[in-house]
Design a protein around this ligand. Structure first.
Ligand code: EPS
Length: 382
């Protein structure tokens, strides 16, 4: 499978084309729209999210609720386009002056994009913007729906925002609270502290990042491969996660803490139960060994930096006069960590489904489902 996205943050729409999805898979537009709406939420979001009401239009590749095997084309309208029509117009009528950016923001793609493409900063930030992640959620949700039909579940939680860290517990009650929470956390005390911290950041013209965790459950062993560097599943997941705007680091399972322990404290002892087959007593590996799933949940952690647009801006250089001055202030979010969690879940789903289709190449849903169920039986009977 592969996909491409196109579209500017304030252009008319975002578009996506994906191909390689087997035919006969059930796709529900409402489910995609729910994920898009989930991505728009979060207490730290700014004015733009009051304008947008993201919904997907499926243009091809799905008929009567089932994929046809043909490329799937999707679009999402930018409602804010109505306010930018003249500025973002593709032709001679475009107003290139009124929203020109000449003071690039530190931390954004502004300056380097301007140098690399020899283009106005507005053209850089329009495409570098995290608005593009709306389309990646729509595309990834097609993978989520197919994975769910195979019994694979993906969930996620926010572990910390700024200096506030959650007391995370692995209980059904905790996960229920995560689902209901605007911050995607299950720790009520921590959540209260997040609101206080957000208010402080907002009043100081600051922004906030955080640490997020994704869990992929009910996987079978052997997705990905150790035989070649570019087939390792952890490598592919890491690329997908790091490609999301503002993500600066990724780790699996115990992550960086593994470097501080003896081997016996890190590696997961192997157990066996007839009926269940092989399993692990712990999951410090985060479900991946040798670039392959080992059958335990895949646990991915990622860190998101604070958003680069600051209402109390850092210093920069005016591109025309070379004077040192304050960076430009674009309308922005103070914190988009809960939104990023939705995005990470969807980009991870795409990589997992890709790995499943490499192990079980299939043109149709029935072939895929049969191969998956046969292998599941084989593994449990060992
Ligand atoms: C973004 C800036 C803001 C965010 C945007 C990402 O948009 P605007 O410049 O229109 O206020 O709201 O995120 C989205 C539009 C979105 O859909 O997530 C940026 O510079 O990256």
């Amino acid at each position: 499978m592969r996909y491409l996205t196109a579209g500017e943050s304030h252009g008319p729409k975002l578009v996506g084309i994906l191909e390689g999805v087997p035919s006969g898979a059930k796709i529900d537009k409402e489910t995609i729209d729910q994920a898009l709406q989930e991505r728009q939420k979060g207490p730290g979001r700014g004015g733009r999210m009051k304008i947008e009401k993201d919904q997907v239009t499926i243009l091809s590749g799905v008929r009567g609720g089932l994929t046809t095997g043909a490329p799937i084309a999707l679009e999402i309208i930018n409602r804010d386009w109505a306010n930018w029509e003249k500025i973002m117009a593709w032709g001679d009528e475009a107003d290139l002056e009124s929203r020109k950016v000449i003071t690039p923001r530190p931390g954004h793609a502004d300056l380097t994009g301007h140098l690399k493409y020899r283009t106005e900063v507005r053209n850089v930030l329009e495409r570098a913007s995290a608005r593009e992640t709306a389309m990646r959620v729509a595309i990834g949700n097609i993978a989520v729906q197919i994975l769910e039909a195979l019994g694979v579940e993906i969930r996620g939680q926010v572990l910390s925002v700024g200096k506030v860290r959650m007391n995370s517990e692995d209980t059904p009650e905790y996960w229920q609270r995560v689902q209901a929470s605007e911050w995607k956390v299950g720790d009520p005390q921590g959540e209260e502290a997040l609101y206080t911290q957000l208010q402080e950041a907002r009043s100081k013209g600051e922004s906030l990042g955080g640490v997020l965790q994704i869990q992929v459950q009910n996987l079978l062993p052997g997705l990905g491969s150790y035989v070649q560097w570019d087939r390792k599943l952890d490598g592919r997941l890491a690329q997908a996660v790091l490609s999301v705007q503002a993500i600066k680091g990724v780790a699996f399972g115990m992550g960086f803490a593994a470097g501080q322990h003896f081997g016996s404290e890190v590696h997961d002892p192997i157990g066996y139960d007839s009926g269940r087959g092989y399993y692990r007593y712990s999951n410090n590996a985060g479900g991946i060994e040798g670039g392959m799933t080992n059958g335990e949940p895949v646990i991915i952690e990622a860190v998101m930096k604070p958003i680069p647009t600051l209402y109390s801006p850092l210093s920069t250089v005016n591109l025309e006069t070379k004077e040192v001055m304050e960076a430009s202030v674009e309308r922005s979010d103070v914190c988009a960590v809960p939104a990023a969690l939705v995005v990470l879940k969807h980009v991870a789903a795409w990589e997992i489904l890709q790995a499943i289709l490499e192990k079980f190449p299939a043109d149709t849903w029935d072939e895929l489902d049969k191969a998956w169920q046969d292998y599941k039986r084989f593994v449990s009977e060992q």
